[in-house]
Design a protein around this ligand. Structure first.
Ligand SMILES: Cc1cc2nc3c(=O)[nH]c(=O)nc-3n(C[C@H](O)[C@H](O)[C@H](O)COP(=O)(O)OP(=O)(O)OC[C@H]3O[C@@H](n4cnc5c(N)ncnc54)[C@H](O)[C@@H]3O)c2cc1C
Ligand SMILES: NC(=O)c1ccc[n+]([C@@H]2O[C@H](COP(=O)([O-])OP(=O)(O)OC[C@H]3O[C@@H](n4cnc5c(N)ncnc54)[C@H](O)[C@@H]3O)[C@@H](O)[C@H]2O)c1
Length: 441
């Protein structure tokens, strides 16, 4: 069967490019071997945020009133499962309703413009690879007892004592959710560094808050083996320690899905960081493109980048791709309790730039944060000393994701303090708090 464009991978990256191209009249087919919506919808931010919805509401209540009833994991899990099922079905339906041919199965290349799925050949002049990534596996005796974030996120029961391996973005979200649900969490990190790219002062405050809530951090601990005990629990032995736990989730990074595609027959080069692409997302074969978590592009591997890359390719594929991809202001959030957000230039990068100044603002007394009892709320904002424009920020707050997005708009639009005074925000709202950034300087 012949198409204008074949997309391999039905996650948010593949879906984004397929929907964009279909809306322009291209004959598009998309292949998915597991579930429509990929990691984001089925095993990533959608279930994570659905579980977090209960966990953070519970946390907020405990900040404001006494005697809050404990959370029920089974209720949280069934809410999350409903949200995921609806999103997954909506995702598949959107593709079909857009006139895209959806093919279920594993795709491999036969040659540079032909793929094979369940013995059937499909051809296209242009192919887009959007095969995503999978959890990185660690190997040591007993490592087979470790599960991954996906099994945490779909667990119908959560044990009362769990271990998380890796102190990264996923770990802080899972630990926050589990702790709020009453589970005792231990995080094992092989060195001293948690959340490497974030402001380490804010990270330390977040660690202290989680420690006060009962999370045990074991830094400089490398797991040597795990043994199963007759009780059904596990004994974890590290280079420093030995302890019992009831489940172990390994969240020590992710690796791109580049194997089992027969990329070499298509002339597509790849390495450990993913499929090699140029600044137009073109692979080493000029008719094959790659985007999202499977590709080795110089941006974080996040849903928002995969979707943005999909839109870029969709906008440009009808003609030879003319313009290199230009990424907007980066914004990301660790969905912990409280959240940790980063936008634009980070405090670590600002430290090397004398033209920038970092101002730390204790925002807990600002209206939004005071009324929410958000006592740890802190904003580190990075200004250009010359024109006083905001170029970046790092935020610790229950609402860091929203503040980061407001700041992203200000940065992207080069908004100055004077420009902001021309806006009339609803009052008192988180947006109206923004005036405080200049007042507090
Ligand atoms: C627990 C967790 C939480 C996350 N939270 C966030 C968050 O809050 N915010 C954020 O921005 N990012 C988050 N991420 C990252 C985000 O999920 C990824 O960046 C995003 O899913 C990448 O999209 P993608 O389309 O490139 O890949 P994927 O979503 O992984 O989709 C790739 C698809 O390709 C399919 N596939 C692979 N090989 C083949 C083949 N040969 N044939 C057919 N199909 C194939 C796979 O089955 C998969 O469905 C999170 C990730 C995890 C694991
Ligand atoms: N909110 C978001 O935007 C969001 C949320 C979740 C995931 N993601 C994406 O998913 C990716 C994967 O998340 P992640 O948390 O798995 O990765 P990560 O890179 O954020 O963290 C992995 C952690 O594991 C540690 N580690 C590595 N080997 C180890 C070992 N042997 N023992 C103990 N610790 C070890 C690393 O030092 C690091 O701290 C992220 O990089 C990001 O692209 C994004």
């Amino acid at each position: 069967m012949q198409y204008d464009v074949l997309v391999i991978g039905g996650g948010v990256g593949g879906g984004s490019v397929a929907l964009n191209l279909a809306s322009r009249g291209f004959k598009v087919a998309i292949v998915e071997e597991r579930d429509w919506g990929g990691t984001t919808i089925n095993r990533g931010s959608t279930p994570k945020r659905a579980l977090l919805a209960s966990a953070e509401t519970h946390f907020r209540m405990t900040q404001l009133v006494k005697d809050v009833a404990p959370l029920s994991w089974s209720e949280m899990a069934s809410h999350s499962a409903k949200v995921v099922l609806a999103a997954n079905q909506r995702y598949g339906n959107n593709l079909v309703n857009a006139g895209i041919t959806t093919i279920e199965g594993h795709a491999t290349f036969v040659n540079s413009n032909t793929i094979l799925v369940h013995g059937q050949r499909y051809q296209a002049k242009t192919i887009v690879l959007a095969t995503g990534a999978r959890p990185r596996k660690l190997e040591f005796p007993g490592s087979q007892y470790m599960e991954h974030s996906a099994s945490f996120l779909k667990a119908s029961n959560l044990p009362d004592k769990i271990t998380i391996v890796g102190a990264g973005i996923i770990a802080f979200a899972l630990a926050s959710i589990a702790t709020e649900a009453g589970t005792k969490v231990t995080i094992v990190q092989h060195n001293r560094m948690a959340l490497r790219i974030f402001d380490q002062g804010l990270v330390q405050t977040l660690i202290s808050r989680l420690e006060n809530a009962g999370v045990v951090f074991k830094f400089d601990n490398t797991i040597q083996n795990i043994t199963e005990l007759s009780s059904g629990s596990y004994q974890v032995t590290t280079n420093q320690d030995q302890f019992e736990t009831k489940a172990i989730y390994c969240v020590a990074g992710r690796v791109p899905n580049t194997e089992d595609l027969n990329l070499s027959v298509a002339g597509v080069k790849f390495g450990p960081l993913g499929i090699k692409v140029d600044e137009r997302l073109k692979t080493s074969n000029p008719q094959i493109f790659a985007l999202g978590d499977c590709c080795d592009a110089p941006v974080p591997k996040l849903s928002n980048y995969a979707i943005y890359q999909g839109k870029y390719l969709g906008n440009n594929l009808q003609k030879p791709v003319q313009f290199p991809i230009k990424y907007p202001t980066p914004a990301l959030t660790v969905f912990s309790i409280p959240k940790l957000g980063q936008v634009g230039i980070s405090t670590q990068k600002a430290a090397d730039k004398p033209e920038l100044e970092v101002k730390t603002m204790d925002i807990k007394n600002w209206q939004t944060y005071a009324r929410n009892g958000d006592d740890l709320a802190k904003l580190k904002i990075i200004f250009n000393k010359g024109n006083q424009q905001i170029v970046g920020a790092e935020v610790l707050s229950q609402d860091a994701d929203q503040l980061v997005d407001y700041l992203s708009l200000l940065i992207q639009q080069h908004v100055s303090a004077d420009d902001l005074q021309q806006q009339l925000f609803a009052y008192p709202s988180q947006a109206s708090d923004l005036y405080g950034i200049w007042q507090s300087r």
